[in-house]
Write a protein that binds this ligand. Structure first.
Ligand SMILES: [Zn+2]
Length: 123
């Protein structure tokens, strides 16, 4: 993530990156505070030293291959299954079903990555 930020900033001839918005998939199970700390540590002495990062969690989305229905994964409460999903998203298939047609055949569309939505730079 940091190397791609740096690459974009350099490509645009930035002297400083004021702000970066990061989307964080909920399935990544990364603590935002830890991400912030790591970012500060890893960017010391670089263009990103003073960058303010905004982290926005991204919902996990599923799409049913049988009926095309799309839905968000909103876990109510904390169950063992939920923990398992966070760590091994592939496990979702063993107990999640399409809420519309009950098909277990669905794909995971979002919520699994970390990426940069935008950056604000000064030259
Ligand atoms: Zn379905």
């Amino acid at each position: 993530m940091i190397s791609s930020l740096l690459a974009v900033a350099k490509e645009k001839g930035a002297k400083e990156v004021a702000e970066a918005k990061i989307k964080l998939g909920k399935m990544q199970q990364i603590d935002i505070d830890i991400l912030n700390l790591a970012f500060r540590e890893l960017t010391r002495g670089t263009l990103l030293e003073k960058t303010k990062i905004k982290v926005e969690p991204e919902e996990t989305r599923f799409r049913c291959r049988a009926c095309g229905h799309e839905w968000n994964f909103e876990a109510p409460g904390k169950s063992e299954e939920e923990e398992a999903i966070h760590f091994v998203p592939e496990l979702a298939h063993s107990f999640l079903r399409c809420p519309r047609c009950r098909s277990p055949d669905f794909e995971i569309m979002g919520g699994r990555g970390v990426w940069v939505e935008y950056i604000k730079i000064s030259r």
